[in-house]
Structure formats: C-alpha cells, structure tokens
Design a binder for this molecule. Sequence first.
Ligand SMILES: Cc1ncc(C[n+]2csc(CCOP(=O)(O)OP(=O)(O)O)c2C)c(N)n1
Length: 592
Amino acid sequence: MHAGNLLAGMLEAAGVSHVFGQPGGQTAALYDGIAALAGIRHVLVRDERSGGYAADAFARLTGRPGVCDVTVGPGTTKLADGLVESLNASIPVIAIVGELPADWEPLREKGVASQGFDQVGFLKSITKSTLVVPSVAALPDLVRAALRIATSGRPGPVAVVIPHDILDSAWDPGDDSLDFAVDERSSRAPALRCVPDQASIADAAALLDASARPLLIAGGGVHTSRAWAELADLAGLIDAVVVTSFTGKGAVDETAALAGGVLNPLGSPAALELAREADTVFWCGCKIGQNTSHNWQLPLPTQATIQLDIDPAELGRTFRPSVALFGDARATLYALAGAVTQRHRRAWRQRAARAVRKAAAARAAEETSDSAPVAPQRVMAELASRLTEGDVVVSDASFSAGWIAAHVPARRGSRDFLFARGQGGLGYAVPAAIGACAARPADRVVTVSGDGGFGYAIGELATHAQLGTRSTHVVLNNGTLGWLAMWQQLYFDGLRESVDLEGPAARPSFAAAARGLGCAGFTVDSPGEIADALDAALGCDGPAVVDIRIDPAATPIHSFRRRLAEGGHYARPGTVYQLPGWHCSPEAPDRH
Ligand SMILES: Cc1ncc(C[n+]2csc(CCOP(=O)(O)OP(=O)(O)O)c2C)c(N)n1
C-alpha cells in the first residue's frame, strides 16, 4: 500500500464518485489507488483544462466537491482555466496536483527537473487555498482541510499539491496513528448554514413590507444553498418579481407568474424594465457583477436595497445596501418568510405580467422564423420544446448564453443550466458536459456553443464517445467569432480582422469531425431541417453533434441589435472605462 491508496480511500469515503484528469508519472499512485476501489472511478479527459471544467460542472450539479487531477507543470498550467472559473463562480473543486520530489527544490527552476516551475505560487493566485503535502503523516489532515475549505463559507477550488516521493511512499493501513476518516459535513456545500442576526432580519422584513414594487435578483448562491423552495415561498408571499443572473438561472421556475427572466445585457428586456421600476431590490446570493448590474447602473440610487451574501466581504462592494444580510440563502430566506407581513401587490403583479407578456410576444416572431440562414432563436425554441424536466443545458461563453437565457425557460426551481460566467472562457460547454453526464447519468445533457468556442474542445468529443454519454452538442455555426466581429464593426469603424473562421477553400464540418471522433453528426442548413436533426440527435443513445448554419447577423446583445439597426458605425465607448461610482441606498425605515 502507498499514499495513493490512502488518498483514493479518503476521497471515496468523502463520497467522491468521479475524478477527472490526465495522468503523469507523478500521479500514477493515485490512479493505482482509484483502480483498487469500487466506489470511485477515474475519467480520462484529453486536456487538463477539460478536467477542471468537468469537475466544476459536477460540483454545480451535485453540491459535492468536483475532483480533478493533473501532473506537475504543464498539467497545472492547463488546469488554470478551470480553477479560475470555479474560483470566480464560487464552486467547490479539489484539484490533486502532482509535484516534483520534495528534495528536488534546487532543480525546479527553468525546468531543469523536467516539468518544474513555481506551480505553488501560480496556484495560490487562482485557488481559494493551495495546500502542499509535506509528508504521508500530514496527508489525511490536508485532505480533510481541502474538503472543509472547498465547501465552507463561500465555496471555491482548493489545490492539494503532493510531491512525487510522498505520493509513492509506503503507507501501512494498519498504522493506527493515521486517522483517515472524513467529516461528512464537509463532503457537500454548504458545509454549515448561518443566519443573520434577528435585528437585520427584522430590518429586511420591514423594508419588504414597506415596498410597493419588490424585486428579487437571484444568483448562483441560491443554487449552492439549494434555496429554490424558500425563494419561491418568499416571493409568493410578498408578490415579488424574481429575476436571475445567468448563473442563477433556474433559481425559480421561469414559466411562473412573477418570473421576469435573466437580467443581463444579453437577457430579457422584461427583467431590465422591472429591475428599473422596482422600489426595493433584494440581491440574493448574487455578486453585483458587471453584467447582471448592467455596468453597475443597477441598483438605482433611489432604490432601497437588501443584499444577502454568505461572504461578508461582498456586502457593500459596489453600493451601501439599505440592509446587509450575512448568511446562507436558504436559512435566511426561510427566516424572512416568517418575518414579513403577507401582503399582495396587485398593481405590481399586473405590471410584471404585462412586461413578461410583451417580451414573450417579441420573442415569438423570432422563434417561429422561417428565414434562411437559420435564426438561432428558432433553434432554441425547437430545442426548448424537446427538453423535459431534469435535462441539463450547458452554455458556452458566447452569444449562446444569451440565446439560451432568453429562449430556453427553466421549468422548475433547480440547477439545470450551467453558464461559464465565472471567467467567461470559450470552450467550457463540451468538457463541462462530461462532468454533467457523470453527475446526472439518468438525464440528458445538451450543450450549445458557437463555432469558435466549439473548436476549443472538439477533442473531448472522443471522451464523450468513449464514455457513451447521452449528450447532444448544438453548434450555432455562423462562420465567425460573432461577438468580436460585431464589436469590431461597431466600435472600430467597420473593421473585420481575424474574426472569420472559414474561407472560400475551408469550411469546417463539425458533423463530419464528430463522426470521425465516434459521435453521431448532423448538419442543418435550413429551418425545415432543425426538427429532424434535433430529434435524431436527442434520440441517440450516445453523444451527437448538430452543426447548424445560422444567420451571422443575429445577436442577443440588445445594444448591438439597436446599433446595427441604426446603421452600425460607432465611436469607441469611452464611458466603459469609468469607475461605476459607489452610492448609498436609502436608509431602511425605522422599525420602532
Ligand atoms: C478563451 C477566450 N478567448 C477569447 C474570448 C473573447 N470572446 C468572447 S466571445 C468571442 C467570440 C466567440 O465566437 P463563437 O464561439 O463562434 O460564438 P459567437 O460569438 O459567434 O456566438 C470571443 C473571442 C473569450 N471569452 N474567451
């Protein structure tokens, strides 16, 4: 027995069922440990970045830490994309990182010892915590620490760096001096739940009671806390409109009466209208990020605000909230539901219903469009009509996020939609789907990417094929890096430089590539072909790619649409660089 057995055994005891990664000599003992156990399996990905994304998606869908492994050096640098995504989106991930033998420190520089570099310094800047294992005796404590840190408070990724000689060294399972039990409380986030003090709850309830037009903005914290029922209960009690960030999509059933959709420049116009009209805005488990806040123009200085976060350092970052609530979303929403006066707001309900109806009517024409090249809105509507409860939708970081947000409604309060909004890196969807399929083996997983983003991770189709995942990968193929093509056109006077992904002699076929990698592949060139292709792909037992040629002039960004319709050439937007300006929300009413 060796330390790899000890590590694998502790992970299995913590409920870890899958480890995603790519082997190196330095981590072979971990693989040996996993191979000897029945309750944990290793999933080989084609690139360490994919292991990080797969672990991230697994964690989002299960609440349990997603685990990935890399070898020293190039494995670590390639993992960085996944770790930053998880760090920024507060996702519990544990990365097992191979390291040079402990004594080889003098040989690390410039790769004198093969693959060496200062990976601990590098990892420290992109993880919640980076732990270096100095001995086998310290390994159990450090694995427990990694689980505890990843799942407690604001979750995040933790790297456990294990020198080669330590992972390979002998371990005697009969040695009673090592306790390798794990605390089951830290095998799932949130490890523990805390509630704000009574006075803050009462202040927030008084503010909601005084409000005529309350609006809740739900972020990823609602999912992490599994606060779906409590959010719906509170919103229903006080007739609050609920909108979400991308990451928060699915915090409420979007087909319900008071759901306003996704609040984002690529999101629902109704969400923005209502967020501006509300008199009290409740930010719930949602960092006040650039996109959800529309470049920090929200909340308006006149709006009373409640900010609820598990991370006290977030409270007051971009404005001073009328009431700050430091707590777990589920526990706090439950407490608030018991503290508010149940009061209905008929005028606000009617206003919200009108805004939602207007946005739906505007979408309907696009969703039934017969135009060729195909309208992406039509693709999304056809996809949405074929999805059933439990299906998981994974978005890449391009226009696809906006198309999904607006045209594929969440039909229940649950985390069924994944967006790469932590870092916004292209190439998230296909590798994340590996983790999603592992987390939800009974459900279908659908990814939506642009052709640029899809190219980043096309090799992982071979992983999907090898695993036989029930996944469908939709490529909205406009032949360009659409977002950047439009940016250049609008802000650089019609520029078109290095945004086209094909030329007269080369038009990639993603369907053919998919078939070459062991998946089914379908091509769609006209609207009439969408239905059959989606039916065929979704009906496959294994993975399938649907390569759909879409209109390159289509964009979900409202400001781009407006500007393109107005003729298209704009000066560079200098105001983007200005600091948003911190403000104080109105004082909470005096309760006494
Ligand atoms: C790794 C990475 N590189 C660059 C960008 C900047 N970027 C944002 S959207 C985009 C274009 C994406 O093109 P595609 O995937 O084809 O989708 P489309 O914009 O056409 O919907 C680029 C290059 C990014 N977000 N991530």
